[in-house]
Design a protein. Structure first.
Length: 71
């Protein structure tokens, strides 16, 4: 399954927002040295109840708009 989402790093709280079918993920981590991407995978794994190894950023690793593949 592929999911398109918008990531907003450096926020006071970590949360997932469903905005009319577009997912927005707010993260506490700053986008430095991949910290936000690592937190994103951890948050999605916990939210979807799947192992972190089943989530992969397929597009937009250095962008706020990302495509995530969940296997």
């Amino acid at each position: 399954m592929r999911v398109h989402l918008l990531v907003k790093p450096n926020k006071p709280n970590t949360r997932i927002i469903d905005n009319n079918g577009e997912f927005i993920v707010e993260l506490k981590s700053k986008p430095i040295d991949g910290a936000a991407n690592t937190e994103l995978i951890e948050v999605l794994a916990k939210h979807l109840n799947v192992p972190k190894t089943h989530i992969k950023i397929t597009k937009g690793a250095n962008n706020r708009h990302k495509t995530i593949e969940i296997i």
